[in-house]
Design a binder for this molecule. Structure first.
Ligand SMILES: Nc1ncnc2c1ncn2[C@@H]1O[C@H](COP(=O)(O)OP(=O)(O)OP(=O)(O)O)[C@@H](O)[C@H]1O
Length: 624
């Protein structure tokens, strides 16, 4: 069954290979440590940059949260005052007691209101940031070179668009509250307790000092690096699990589960190793931190210190009450700080990845748009390098005369796909230029280019939409009759008629398509575009004889009279091409008709003999 993508997916990678970079969990080199620190600092800068437009509202949320946190202390103070009143010798002053209760209740109410307002504001900002980031990412993903997707897995792209954008939620919607409470509540409690008895306040601060010290030990650069390695390992699991699922059909076909799933298993093993290392490195300290910050430990210290002061007569017993209630409030936010920092670090890493994706160079839009005159295609001294310094195409000069078929042949890795993909601008050449109708393709506006150049590469992507919408993808306002005519010509109409909802059947829901059917749908798409120039990857080796005959028939209809550039994998299909171009190591090494090249006894003749045996003659037909 062919791959079906949700409609919202812009496009997708076909060769999902996750990065194999694995940051070692131990013994970091100085350079690795510097790189990690740089990455963290960069993540922080990115995060600040992302949040800058919302700083006013985030500050307002912080202020509301701070006042709310202070108001939240009122009920505790009310209980303390009430306790003092009730424990004091003599008759109870009912007026004072009720005043404390009212103040406590009012504080509680205010806290609820302000915290809700701060949370609501945070969530509003969060919603806006999400929307704006997703829009920017969608816009950028729609402008990046199509070729950018070919070395990225859909898991990787989805991890940023979905996962990393979601990771920012905690930071924006919840972290301000946690951090404000972590600062405001202990500070106010400290001041109050110090006014009651500074000596017992110092005792109550012991767990805080211990907790902060342990937390500092837990937040070393080493720990941060390990955390990043765990995050990266998790990312690789995400990417490879998508590949794993996408590759299941291949595994079933070839029965090589062990080999094919090696990457997934390695990613899972790596994650387990990093995670265990991360947990093992912090388990002791984390337990110690939990212990010293726990209410029983705090109360034990305060009770012991308080008992000493009370028994020696230097503190009234009623003064112990505020310590019993507020000393725990002193430490609780320190505990929250640990989780909060983890979330902030995760958000920094996400911001960095989002920024990286938003920084992908888009294909430049034409500065001086030009209209092609005619359909003549010309590659002029074209060179291309995926990576600086490693050119895969050198000095290609090639002309496709209108209405002719040019077949590209050559060994795997010769550069055939790269050469073909430069015409529909999957990438722009790093040297030279590609011209269509005399205009550089870089100067032809996208809409114009894609009306003139249609391409069918190996993997026909289908959207989770109706068959009619899938066929009319590039011509959304096409009439139903035009869609049907294209489907008929592509040999798809009879199949569609058997479906429950005909052309309105939703792919991936009402029905699925086989590989051959998907290819015919791709042909119907191209027919509807009616582009005069076609770039085809003739990848039909998987098809059985009947399917191949059907696809060939459909291609015959599609290709008639058009200028074609065909990547040929099987030589018998190119014998009637107007021109055969043999490529090796990124260069054109031979060019001519089948008979000319066979008569010359050069590379094509060698390849022919290798595929068909000595003395074999042509058996097939080119797409004409
Ligand atoms: N996205 C990419 N990033 C880096 N290098 C790439 C990328 N795609 C292809 N290459 C390299 O460019 C060279 C040419 O590859 P290309 O796919 O164009 O060859 P091909 O002749 O079409 O091969 P095949 O017949 O196997 O598809 C190869 O060395 C390949 O490894």
């Amino acid at each position: 069954m062919a791959t079906t993508e949700p409609v919202s997916t812009l496009t997708d990678g076909t060769d999902g290979s996750a990065s194999d970079d694995v940051t070692p969990a131990s013994e970091p080199s100085g350079t690795a440590r510097d790189a990690t620190a740089d990455q963290a600092a960069q993540g922080r800068r990115m995060l600040i940059g992302l949040l800058r437009p919302y700083r006013g509202r985030l500050a307002a949320a912080l202020l509301l949260q701070a006042v709310g946190a202070l108001a939240g202390l009122a009920p505790l103070l009310a209980v303390i005052e009430l306790g003092r009143e009730l424990l004091a010798p003599g008759p109870v002053d009912h007026g004072r007691a009720w005043t404390s209760v009212v103040w406590g209740a009012a504080g509680l109410l205010l806290r609820v209101l302000l915290t809700a307002a701060a949370g609501g504001l945070g969530h509003l900002v969060d919603g806006e940031l999400h929307l704006s980031l997703r829009r920017s990412l969608a816009q950028r993903l729609g402008r990046v070179p199509l070729g950018w997707y070919s070395h990225r897995s859909s898991g990787e792209v989805n991890g940023v668009v979905q996962g990393d954008v979601d990771t920012l939620h905690h930071l924006i919607a919840h972290a301000p509250g946690e951090f404000t409470s972590a600062v405001v509540v202990p500070a106010a409690s400290f001041v109050y307790l110090a006014c009651v008895d500074w000596r017992l306040t110092l005792v109550a601060l012991i767990p805080v000092v211990l907790g902060v010290s342990v937390h500092r030990l837990l937040s070393t650069e080493e720990r941060r690096r390990e955390g990043m390695a765990v995050g990266q390992a998790m990312g690789r699991i995400g990417a490879s699990s998508v590949e794993f699922v996408e590759g299941i059909s291949v595994v079933k076909t070839f029965g090589g589960a062990g080999r094919v799933h090696q990457r997934y298993r390695r990613a899972a093993d790596d994650f387990a190793d990093f995670f265990l290392g991360y947990v093992a490195g912090s388990a002791g300290l984390a337990s110690l931190s939990a212990l010293v910050l726990s209410p029983p430990f705090v109360l034990l210290l305060v009770l012991t210190g308080g008992t000493v002061l009370i028994t020696e007569g230097s503190m009234p017993p009623a003064d112990l009450l505020p310590f019993l209630l507020l000393s725990v409030a002193l430490t609780a936010p320190v505990a929250a700080l640990g989780h909060g920092m983890d979330n902030i670090h995760a958000a920094e890493r996400s911001a960095d990845r989002i920024h990286e994706m938003l920084s992908v160079e888009p294909l430049p839009r034409p500065v001086h748009p030009a209209a092609p005159h005619g359909d003549r295609v010309e590659y002029r001294a074209v060179g291309y390098a995926y990576d600086d310094g490693h050119p895969v195409l050198h000095d290609i000069d090639l002309v496709l005369e209108p209405g002719t078929t040019t077949a590209l042949v050559g060994p795997s890795g010769a550069g055939k796909s790269t050469l073909a993909q430069l015409l529909p601008r999957f990438f722009d050449p790093t040297q030279g230029s590609v011209l269509l109708g005399g205009a550089d393709v870089r100067d032809i506006p996208d809409e114009e280019l894609y009306q003139r150049v249609a391409f069918i590469f190996q993997d026909v992507r289908l959207l989770r939409a109706t068959i009619a919408e899938n066929i009319a993808l590039a011509v959304p306002d096409a009439a139903r009759s035009e869609v049907v005519t294209a489907a008929r010509a592509a040999g798809l109409h009879d199949l569609v008629q058997t479906l429950p909802h005909g052309y309105d059947s939703v792919l991936g829901e009402d029905t699925g398509l086989s590989g051959g059917e998907a290819q015919r749908l791709g042909i119907a798409r191209a027919l509807l575009i009616d582009a005069p120039v076609l770039v085809l990857d003739e990848a039909m080796s998987f098809a059985d004889a009947k399917t191949e005959a059907e696809i060939r028939r459909a291609l015959g209809v599609l290709c008639a009279g058009r200028t074609q550039l065909v990547i040929a994998h099987r030589l018998q299909t190119i014998t009637r091409a107007d021109r055969i171009v043999v490529m090796e190591a990124g260069r054109i090494v031979e060019s001519g008709t089948y008979s000319e090249l066979m008569a010359a006894g050069g590379r094509l003749a060698d390849m022919w003999q290798a595929q068909h045996g000595p003395g074999a003659g042509p058996q097939g037909e080119a797409h004409r």
